[in-house]
Write a protein that binds this ligand. Structure first.
Ligand SMILES: O=C(O)CCC(=O)C(=O)O
Length: 281
């Protein structure tokens, strides 16, 4: 433990046996990869069962304290925001040692947990607009990373993610027209959307985890099925060498679940100007 409260390097090797060199290369080049087997099938069943129960508690559904049944999934994302703040069990899943091991390889540093979400995306649920996560998290000096674990299997019909490969090498796009519209569900902060990039779908098998870079342009399609959910458990992490992340993601936790007080909230001067302090997303 350092004097400012962070636990740097838990002796976790930076080369994980849980991810192949090919996938590490793909992540570094394209900004994403899909890794199987980090959660057991029993854990996936437990996560599913937990959130089926959790949704009736109604205290962690985005936004404005809306309850599950009050959210119209055609209008906005139906998702629990930061459920790890409400449940030690969810926190334990977010701190999963296999996920931590892969994150350490991809980051080259130990990860710190900044956010969890659980997307329900029921039949008919809307898609998510194309965005870059670090537009919202403002992690610095390194970008953030997501671990997105598919509970049902995500495919073209039920609303898998779309990504722009290699956009992880681009800077954060700032909204050009100054409008607030991109804060709405399904809208994009990337305006105008660059003509030279083409999103591609990424299907993820049930139980597998997709990792993606915080600068990667991504979004998701609508759930066009009549009868299948597209549920996903998501953790957003920052690199332990980070100094800052937006205020919406505090407290930041190390992978032992301890608060890391040395991480500050940016007070202006980010890539999109002094007035932008980030947001939940
Ligand atoms: O799961 C989705 O549909 C969107 C997820 C996403 O954009 C994210 O986790 O950053």
């Amino acid at each position: 433990m350092t004097e400012n409260g962070s636990s740097l390097c838990f002796n976790m090797p930076t080369s994980s046996p849980l991810i192949s060199d090919t996938l590490v290369t793909q992540f570094r080049r394209d900004g994403y990869c899909v890794v199987s087997g980090l959660f057991s099938s029993a854990e996936i069943t437990e996560i599913l069962a937990f959130f089926e129960e959790f949704k009736s508690q109604g205290d962690a559904i985005y936004d404005d304290g809306l309850r599950y049944e009050d959210v119209d999934p055609k209008q906005r994302q139906l998702r629990a925001m930061h459920p790890h703040r409400y449940s030690e069990q969810v926190k334990a899943w977010a701190l999963n040692s296999h996920v931590a091991s892969v994150l350490t390889t991809l980051l080259g540093h130990a990860p710190l947990l900044a956010q969890t979400m659980y997307y329900f995306k029921p039949p008919g649920g809307k898609g998510q607009g194309m965005h870059q996560d670090n537009f919202y998290l403002l992690a610095a000096p390194a970008t953030c990373i997501a671990a997105w674990t598919s509970i049902d299997g995500a495919d073209l019909d039920n609303g898998c993610l779309y990504v722009v490969p290699q956009s992880n090498h681009k800077s954060i796009y700032c909204p050009a027209d100054g409008s607030e519209a991109w804060l709405g569900y399904g809208d994009s902060h990337i305006k105008p959307f660059p003509r030279d990039v083409k999103p591609i779908p990424v299907e993820v098998p049930k139980g597998a985890t997709m990792f993606f870079d915080g600068n990667l342009i991504h979004g998701s399609g609508p759930n066009r099925t009549m009868d299948r959910f597209r549920r996903t458990f998501v953790g957003h992490y920052i690199n332990e060498a980070s100094e800052k992340v937006a205020k919406f993601y505090h407290p930041v936790l190390n992978m032992k679940g301890e608060t890391v007080p040395r991480i500050l909230a940016p007070t202006g001067g980010g890539p999109c100007g002094d007035g932008w302090e980030g947001a939940t997303h």
